[in-house]
Design a protein around this ligand. Structure first.
Ligand SMILES: Nc1ncnc2c1ncn2[C@@H]1O[C@H](COP(=O)(O)OP(=O)(O)O)[C@@H](O)[C@H]1O
Ligand SMILES: O=C(CO)[C@@H](O)[C@H](O)COP(=O)(O)O
Length: 476
């Protein structure tokens, strides 16, 4: 009998690192590990890349397969700016995707090139989330630190390079930088933000290996290392998505996306025109306030997150971290429509609705931007930590009007990374590996009539909130 071959997939996301050891032949998860990250509070959102590296070591060790896996791949939170000195050490903590301090720099890029032109070049109209805006912020606010930078990396590139000693990135994660387009790195944008292209890693073709794990590291020396990718691209691989199949991910960020055959270039900025990790596109809309914001409302109300009640007229715009979709980086949380008979459970439900609203109203734009026609009969795949919650599931059913499918597999990002590692070994496309592993199978929830009234109430409140929520981000 042939020896069992095992691959490891890693998801280095905002709140934690998760690792899965997966049987290459069947997709069975044989071991898993998790290690928490810390994110700064206050004006910015920063994390120490050294902590991610330690967390990767802990999480892969906990799988029980670190010394036996044949291949590994690392997926990571998108957009984060990792700055390294000549010795490969972080110059400062990484600036994360949900740090809105870089909003003025994003606005300058947008206005300098014009929305149409920058979307044509990079696929996206940059917001504060994009790495280009973060580098411009660093240049302006910490020029001495910027001068010391010898290499600029995304979170997953940083970890892959620690494993292999090789600088590399992939088209999926590169597409979230704001300085990458179909012809590679955009020299004019890099020039505009004062970033030397020599500091950036090469963008490897899909399906390429970066190298092998070096000596004295958390995995066996000689283990094959795949390119890895951004976390949303990895989940798309992990689900074996076909074009037009929509996904809603409920984690620190809320994201809605689908694989598309057409390159997206949405000048409105609602849809980011990301590349996927194969050769296609991954139009995506992302919010900053998702599970953490709803959990904060539950805590403020002194309730369990499942203790929601229907009815009432309350509207919550839960923009506790500012917001990206809609692009209101200076926004804060807003409650409207309270009455004497509003119950705490209704208010909590309104927080769920407010967090899901932008994602579900962007769904048609996401499908359209990738050249796919919205088919209401195709179930919405629900993933991320929040997908386990019944209140989240019911909210998505009510506000989408679609059937909702919750895959039984919990860690789709790590599973997608594992599929990418497996593909490197077998020569298959990574999404074909995921289909073979039947990763998308799970609970199918029947559709209910869409609650257009609730959606409209939120849309109107948002429109009327105008000046309160639209205040420009403080330049800090
Ligand atoms: N059963 C559950 N119901 C609702 N939310 C949940 C549940 N389990 C976890 N979460 C939420 O999921 C979030 C973590 O999701 P995850 O996708 O792992 O985040 P990330 O990848 O951004 O680090 C936490 O903020 C937590 O509030
Ligand atoms: O910024 C985006 C997508 O553009 C986020 O989706 C990040 O990739 C962070 O993901 P999570 O840690 O929430 O999974």
């Amino acid at each position: 009998m042939a020896a069992q071959r095992v691959v490891i997939g890693v998801d280095s996301s905002t709140q934690s690192t998760k690792a899965l050891a997966v049987d290459l032949a069947t997709g069975t998860v044989l071991g898993q590990g998790r290690a928490a990250h810390t994110v700064s509070e206050g004006a910015g959102r920063e994390s120490d890349p050294e902590q991610w590296w330690r967390a990767l070591g802990e999480a892969v060790a906990a799988t029980g397969w670190a010394d036996r896996a044949v291949a590994v791949s690392v997926a990571g939170q998108q957009h984060g700016l990792v700055t390294l000195d000549a010795a490969g050490r972080p110059v400062r903590p990484a600036l994360l995707w949900n740090d809105v301090r870089s909003a003025p720099q994003a606005a300058r890029l947008r206005d300098g090139f014009g929305r149409e032109e920058i979307a044509r070049r990079t696929g996206s109209v940059p917001t504060a989330a994009f790495t280009a805006a973060k580098w411009a912020w660093l240049r302006e606010h910490e020029p001495a630190a910027a001068d010391r930078v010898a290499a600029v990396r995304l979170p997953h590139d940083f970890l892959t390079e620690r494993l292999t000693g090789e600088p590399a990135t992939d088209r999926g994660d590169a597409s979230g930088t704001g300085w990458w387009g179909p012809d590679g790195y955009d020299r004019e944008i890099l020039d505009r933000i004062g970033l030397d292209p020599a500091l950036l890693p090469p963008v490897l073709a899909p399906g390429t290996g970066v190298g092998f794990v070096g000596p004295d590291l958390p995995l066996r020396q000689g283990t094959l290392v795949a390119t890895g990718t951004g976390d949303n691209m990895a989940a798309a691989l992990g689900l074996g998505l076909t074009p037009g199949q929509p996904v809603l991910s409920l984690g620190t960020s809320g994201t809605v996306y689908a694989v598309g055959r057409k390159r997206p270039t949405d000048p409105s900025g609602t849809v980011a025109g990301f590349a996927d990790a194969l050769g296609g596109w991954l139009p995506l809309a992302c919010t900053l306030n998702c599970t953490l914001a709803v959990d904060r409302f539950a805590a403020l109300l002194g309730r369990d997150r499942e203790e929601v009640e229907e009815g009432g007229t309350a509207v919550v715009l839960p923009y506790l971290d500012g917001e990206r979709t809609p692009d209101l980086p200076g926004a804060s949380g807003l409650v409207h429509g309270l009455r004497h008979d509003t119950t705490p459970g209704q208010l909590l439900q309104a927080a769920y609705d407010g967090a899901a609203h932008a994602l579900l109203t962007a769904l048609e734009d996401v499908l359209g931007a990738g050249g796919e026609s919205p088919d209401q009969d195709v179930p919405l795949l629900l993933i991320g930590g929040g997908a386990r919650g019944r209140a989240w599931q019911r909210t998505v059913l009510r506000l989408s009007g679609r059937a909702v499918q919750v895959p039984a597999a919990a860690e789709l990002v790590a599973l997608g990374a594992a599929a990418q590692a497996a593909a490197l070994v077998t020569g298959e496309p990574a999404d074909a590996v995921a289909c073979r592993w039947r990763t998308a199978e799970g609970l199918l929830l029947e559709p209910v009539a869409r609650d257009d009234e609730a959606l409209e109430r939120i849309t109107v409140t948002l429109r009327r909130a105008g000046a309160l929520q639209g205040a420009p981000a403080r330049d800090q």
